[in-house]
Design a protein around this ligand. Structure first.
Ligand code: ADP
Ligand code: MG
Ligand code: ZN
Length: 485
């Protein structure tokens, strides 16, 4: 890899979560579960003589994305026909945008694993309609038109990305933003979000871009990272062995973990774009842009900065919390209920995430676990006021995680409150010292690490419920007393 660097630009297709399709009244349905070709009409089936009517909600959702990606929104938009002949496209052309897209010249800030961040420029964001879905079986293909005409947003970056890690960070951040905006579920396995990297490599220092390949059919961000890393290495190896990269559309073979050529581009595609005659130009008023901008939710980067500044969280902790909106919401609700931000973050990023992982529950479902934010806040309050220690709190967390409940009542019912009564603690310490004369003697002879052993014995005698600081203090005092005796 050394003297070569990767040059990557991403094309992302995101279905927009509207109720109806882009140019007709058909419902947008989950294409993995609805019976095939049941949500169709003459418009989305491309029958002759029908006219498309633009779905304004789709434009609004597209505007949200354009603004969230810091784009300029040109006042004049127009749709274009992109001609190509393929069975998933009933009209023989796709209505898209070409010379007058919805949004242009933006940027996305990506967060890299080493804690740094970088801006990737966004070239354009435009609206189009999705195609039907083909399924290839043995010697024939099946087509489902439910997806034909579903509003689709294409987001094209500049080729500013320099590694597979950056490509992954870009996809993660963009996916998070789409989810924050409520425009797309981000479910790559269902194909509602499709990320296609264009990849080339060049010797470091060389300015011009070299020939690229494009990878399609990636069904997860992990596949995107792996396929990109693989393709970079493949191209570098080609150049190093004196070969050339051929411009091609590649696929990712998930089973073999390799990229495979799907089709070699011999010449540029000729889509014969021309203005769509059946749709009027679309003017986007400044008032509308202002309205959409004002209604944008707080986005991940801004939320991360606020958690760092207002709540004193580290950049890393804040980044992990905001990566999934549901997690950020859970965190903020717990703090709202009185939890100390740093402790809440520790519990979520540690115990809660570990339990969710063991259970195979994705982080976005944190809102569904029985342990609700108010319960977590209450649990932490019990620790803060000294009623229980962290050890007990973590055990209780298991119960609350599995079935919820009132932490304070659970502490009472199970007799988990800390023993803070000095006399009781003192007795427990004295008893342990009496029962371990040999260890006490060795401690007094200079084996200091035995203090830890004796401490553990006292905590065990008190079934872990003691205020550890008080025990340590009493233990030291009694050991000193025995030294003098
Ligand atoms: P097309 O319209 O053929 O898909 P574009 O020129 O619009 O191609 O580019 C699509 C994406 O590919 C963009 O993200 C762009 O930055 C990226 N790209 C273009 N040329 C290269 C290259 N040589 N290497 C890597 N990425 C590239
Ligand atoms: Mg392309
Ligand atoms: Zn329809």
């Amino acid at each position: 890899m050394s003297q070569y660097e990767a040059v990557i630009g991403l094309e992302v297709h995101a279905e927009l979560q509207t109720r109806s399709k882009m140019f007709c009244g058909c419902a947008v349905v989950d294409s993995t579960s609805a019976p095939p070709s049941t949500y169709v009409c003459p418009v989305c089936l491309g029958m002759p003589g029908v006219l498309p009517v633009l779905n304004h909600r789709a434009v609004e959702l597209g505007l949200r994305v354009g603004l969230a990606l810091n784009c300029e929104i040109p006042p004049f938009n127009r749709f274009a026909r992109k001609s190509y002949f393929y069975p998933d496209l009933p009209k023989g052309y796709q209505i898209s945008q070409y010379d007058y897209p919805l949004a242009v010249r933006g940027w996305l800030e990506i967060d890299l694993p080493d804690g740094s961040s970088k801006r990737v420029r966004i070239r354009r964001v435009h609206l189009e309609e999705d195609t039907g879905k083909l399924t290839h079986v043995d010697d024939h293909s099946l087509i489902d038109f439910n997806r034909a005409g579903v509003p689709l947003l294409e987001i094209v970056s500049e080729a500013d990305i320099r590694s597979a890690e950056e490509a992954e960070a870009y996809a993660r951040k963009l996916r998070a933003i789409l989810r924050y905006l409520g425009v797309n579920s981000g479910d790559m396995s269902k194909g509602v979000l499709r990320v296609e990297p264009n990849i080339s490599v060049r010797p470091r220092g060389e300015e011009a871009f070299r020939t690229r390949t494009e990878i399609k059919n990636l069904n997860s961000i992990r596949s995107l990272a792996r396929a990109t890393a693989y393709e970079i290495e493949r191209q570098v190896a080609l150049y190093e062995s004196g070969g050339q990269v051929q411009q091609a559309t590649m696929g990712w073979d998930e089973a073999r973990q390799v990229t495979v050529v799907q089709r070699v581009k011999e010449s540029a595609d000729d889509y014969r774009y021309f203005p769509e005659p059946d749709l009027p130009p679309l003017e986007i008023s400044r008032a509308w842009v202002k309205e959409v901008r004002a209604a944008l939710p707080e986005l991940p980067s801004a939320k991360r900065d606020r958690l760092m500044q207002q709540m004193g969280l580290s950049r890393y902790d804040a980044s992990v919390l905001v990566a999934e909106k549901a997690v950020a919401d859970y965190f903020e609700a717990t703090v709202q209920a009185g939890g100390d931000p740093k402790q809440v973050a520790n519990y979520i990023l540690g115990d809660l995430f570990r339990r969710m992982k063991d259970e195979g529950r994705p982080r976005e479902q944190i809102g569904d676990i029985p342990l609700k934010p108010v319960m977590l806040a209450e649990l932490l309050a019990l620790v803060a006021e000294g009623t229980i220690n962290h050890g007990v709190a973590k055990k209780l967390l298991g119960t609350l995680y599995a079935e919820g409940g009132d932490p304070r009542r659970l502490v009472e019912e199970r007799g988990l409150a800390q023993v803070r009564d000095e006399e009781a603690l003192g007795q427990a310490v004295a008893q342990v010292l009496d029962e371990h004369p040999e260890e006490v003697a060795r401690f007094l002879a200079g084996e200091e690490k035995l203090a830890q052993f004796l401490m553990g014995m006292v905590m065990r005698a008190l079934r872990g419920k003691a205020d550890a600081q008080a025990v340590r203090r009493l233990l030291q005092a009694q050991l000193e007393a025995r030294r003098k005796a």
